[in-house]
Structures are given as structure tokens and as C-alpha cells.
Design a binder for this molecule. Structure first.
Ligand code: DX5
Ligand code: ZN
Length: 214
């Protein structure tokens, strides 16, 4: 399975609803929404009000990637705004297990994201509780960065761990520097959900860009 999730971080914010409709027409599977708080990562993007404002633009899954500290304080607002799935960073959660269950109790699939320097073993005790792992293939905070090649080994290790733990159903998402050159590599390593910001939104022909990723 391959799920293509364009990241609206690289979209034209002045026409966000139109940009979302455009990538939907172009064949996107999910819309990836990068929430950054200016603390966990240096950049500040947007919060639930913007998400709610663009929610009517599409029926596609809103895949919300929270790059924020203390996500437990804000999860109810993202659920109310129309998130379909929520991913939190392991590095941002003192009580990761509790946060995962907070998302699931709200009825949403829960993802856990790992920065490039965070080893996969931090997931060992929550593997049975989550629906997706997001392997960051750049350091989060900005679009348009270069793919970190060591990520490939990490994805392979994670795939092995998931198989050994009977969680072959779990989605592995990759995010950062994914383009037509790196997508085949991360797919071969075992990932199924491909986030792409620049590779989609800087192209005039988004259908061709998404087709190239597939
Ligand atoms: C990085 C974000 C990504 C970003 C990817 O902090 O989480 O979703 O938009 O952008 P590209 O695909 O341009 O590397
Ligand atoms: Zn992201």
C-alpha cells in the first residue's frame, strides 16, 4: 500500500482551501498538516482555527502532525477542528502512553513521530497501542530539507521490529525530503505513507508530481 500525503506546509497559505482542493483533484490520499509551535521546533505555523477553516474544502483524511510541546493540552482542540488522525512526537511527551490513549479515546488513530536522533526502541512499550509510526527523515521544522540517508536503516529496523511483534499492519510514515528520487528508497525499506511538501506544492502540475511519487 502507498499513501501519498501532501504537506500543506509548502502550500500557498493565502489560498489554502484552493491548494487542498487542487491536490485532492491531483490524486492525493491524505492531507498532511504540520502544526508547529515555535518551541518544540523553531517555526510557528498554524493551529486549530485554520484547520477548522479549511475542513470543508475536502473529505480527504486530515493527518495532523503535532510538532508541539505538551500536546495533551491541545488534542481536544484538534479533534474538534476536524483532525482525522493525530501524530505526536515521542520527544515532546513526558507521558507518551497517556497521550496515545487520549487520542484513541477521542476515537482517532494515534501516531508517534521520532526525530532522526531518536532510536526506535522508545516505541517498544507502546507498540501495541499505536496505529502509525512517523519516521522523520529530516529534522522537523522546515520544508525543503535534504533527506537524511541513515533513515533507511531505521525504517528497516522498525519494519523488522513490527514483524517480530506481530504488528505487520502498522503504517510507517516518512516525512522530510521525500521526492521521486527518495520515495523508492524509503518504500523499499518498508514505509507505506509518504509525506511530501516541496515535491508536490512547488510543482505547477500537482497530478504529475503525485504520479511521480507513486
Ligand atoms: C518537516 C515537516 C514536513 C515538511 C516536509 O518539519 O514535518 O511535513 O512539510 O517538507 P518537504 O517534503 O519539503 O521536505
Ligand atoms: Zn510533517
Amino acid at each position: 500500500m502507498s499513501i501519498i500525503a501532501p504537506s500543506i506546509l509548502s502550500a500557498n497559505f493565502a489560498a489554502l482551501a484552493e491548494e487542498i482542493k487542487d491536490v485532492e483533484r491531483a490524486g492525493a490520499d491524505w492531507i498532511h498538516i504540520d502544526v508547529m509551535d515555535g518551541h518544540f521546533v523553531p517555526t510557528l505555523t498554524f493551529g486549530p482555527m485554520i484547520i477548522q477553516a479549511v475542513r470543508p474544502a475536502t473529505k480527504l483524511v486530515f493527518d495532523v502532525h503535532l510538532m508541539i510541546e505538551q500536546p495533551e493540552l491541545h488534542i481536544p482542540n484538534y479533534v474538534a477542528a476536524g483532525a482525522d488522525r493525530i501524530t505526536v512526537h515521542a520527544e515532546a511527551c513526558v507521558h507518551l502512553h497517556r497521550v496515545i490513549h487520549q487520542i484513541k479515546e477521542a476515537g482517532l488513530p494515534a501516531g508517534v513521530a521520532l526525530n532522526p536522533a531518536t532510536p526506535i526502541h522508545v516505541l517498544e512499550n507502546v507498540i501495541d497501542d499505536i496505529d502509525m509510526v512517523l519516521i522523520m527523515t529530516v529534522n522537523p521544522g522546515f520544508g525543503g530539507q535534504k533527506f537524511i540517508p541513515q533513515s533507511l536503516n531505521k525504517i528497516r529496523q522498525l519494519r523488522e521490529l513490527l514483524t517480530a511483534r506481530g504488528r505487520g499492519d502498522m503504517l510507517i510514515q516518512v516525512d522530510g525530503g521525500i521526492n521521486a528520487d527518495t520515495a523508492p528508497l524509503v518504500r523499499e525499506a518498508g514505509s507505506d505513507v509518504f509525506v511530501a511538501g516541496n515535491a508536490v506544492f512547488t510543482e505547477r502540475d500537482r497530478a504529475a508530481a503525485i504520479a511521480a511519487l507513486r
